[in-house]
Design a protein around this ligand. Structure first.
Ligand SMILES: *Cc1c(COP(=O)(O)O)cnc(C)c1O
Length: 398
């Protein structure tokens, strides 16, 4: 058997939709993208959504809209993918990383509180594996530190405290305390990259909660200007007969979503309840069998939360890096692709070069050293799930 880690789940419906977009005469940002934005807003219960070509672009552009730059600080977790951190560097802000709490994949909230200074503008929590972080706690920390906050423009002033930007690349469709991921943090960024639960090959969406005194249409327009060269008319508006003239209001970026991507996304969104159900089924089966092993599992489904079921992370209690790596190799020999989420950022060259040292992140290191991620996707058959489980148990029992 050959079991890939996270292949895209595409059906004939996506093929038909893409073919329709291709034949429609409009393939870049246009009606499909706008419709995808409307449907995501409705799904996430948010007033407005912008779709861009990646979650990274969503995070970078909101930092730019917020006016975050040199002299400012942005805090994120040491235990995440590079994009949660690199966006702070893109805008010239100082990156601050916080360790995870002991035996947890979430930031240590005590340390988070300590890390907030008068220069802190944004906190980027990461909803790892599809499980929403403790935003009650994060908001309460941001509110407690309100007097430190030094707003430098109208938008920052309207929020009036450190801004919470959720990196929810994994967590589309997750819920916590009756709220959808997307309506909890101030801003929430989703990824539709090929390995994610819902994919447009590449792509991302940013949702936000209404901010008193800020017009949502104005906010949306800022993303249009940033993502489309600072051109005051998009390509669709320019196709109106005679409406050739446009202005460039700033030398901006290019990171818009195409209608081809949005077409795939619209079909995936329609299929999404079924996709989430199947992921939950697989996780329940994994949990059922692995519960009795010497492993630490994540709680994807609880009384007050429902995960999007994006990644199945386990920790091999008492094991070391070499043993973990050996198990990954042995699983690969049996045709099963596993992964590690994540090697902490302070261990990566780019962040070492910025002065980060893993010695200052002992909890993140402990999470990393015995972590292994099993394949979890909607192309897995029941038979393959049993094959993964049987082989994994066989290998960890040695
Ligand atoms: C995939 C991922 C991203 C980046 O998403 P893109 O759409 O590829 O930009 C950001 N953060 C996390 C945690 C991710 O897993």
């Amino acid at each position: 058997m050959q079991i890939p880690f996270s292949p895209p789940d595409m059906t004939e419906a996506e093929e038909i939709e893409v073919a329709q977009v291709l034949r429609s005469g409009w393939i870049t940002t246009g009606p499909r993208t706008k419709e995808f934005e409307r449907q995501i807003a409705s799904y996430c219960h948010t007033p407005k959504v912008v779709c861009l070509n990646s979650a990274t672009a969503c995070m970078e552009m909101i930092l730019r809209v917020l006016g975050v730059g040199p002299g400012d600080e942005v805090i994120t977790s040491a235990y995440t993918y590079t994009a949660s951190a690199s966006v702070a560097c893109h805008v010239g802000a100082k990156l601050v990383m916080v360790d995870t709490a002991p035996n947890s994949f979430e930031m240590d909230y005590e340390q988070l509180a300590q890390a907030i200074t008068s220069r802190t503008k944004v906190i980027i929590p990461v909803d790892l594996a599809g499980i929403i972080c403790d935003y009650d706690r994060i908001f309460s920390i941001a509110n407690d530190k309100k007097q430190l906050f030094q707003p430098s423009n109208k938008l920052q002033n309207s929020i009036g405290r450190v801004i919470i930007l959720a990196d929810a690349a994994h967590a589309f469709g997750a819920k916590r305390n009756g709220k959808m991921c997307g309506e909890i943090a101030d801003f929430t960024s989703f990824s539709f990259h090929a390995v994610k639960n819902l994919t447009t090959a590449e792509g991302g969406a940013l949702t936000w909660r209404s901010i008193p005194g800020i017009d949502n249409e104005w906010l949306y327009q800022q993303f249009q200007l940033l993502s489309l060269h600072g051109q005051n008319k998009d390509a669709l508006a320019k196709t109106q007969l005679g409406a050739w003239e446009y202005d460039i209001v700033a030398p901006n970026f290019k990171c818009n979503m195409t209608d081809i991507m949005a077409g795939i996304g619209l079909v995936q969104l329609k299929r999404y309840p079924e996709i989430l159900r199947r992921r939950q089924q697989i996780i329940n089966r994994y949990d059922e069998v692995l519960r009795d092993q010497n492993l630490q599992l994540l709680l994807h489904y609880g009384e007050n939360h429902t995960s999007s079921g994006h990644l199945y992370l386990v920790r091999l209690i008492g094991r070391e890096i070499d043993e973990r790596n050996e198990i990954i190799i042995k699983m690969a020999e049996r045709g099963i692709a596993c992964n590690v989420h994540y090697k902490p950022l302070p261990m990566m060259t780019a962040y070492k070069n910025l002065g980060f040292d893993i010695a200052n992140y002992p909890n993140a290191y402990n999470q990393y050293r015995n972590e292994i991620t099993l394949p979890l996707h909607t192309r897995l058959s029941d038979e393959e799930i049993e094959y993964v489980l049987a082989n994994f148990i066989n290998l960890i029992s040695k």
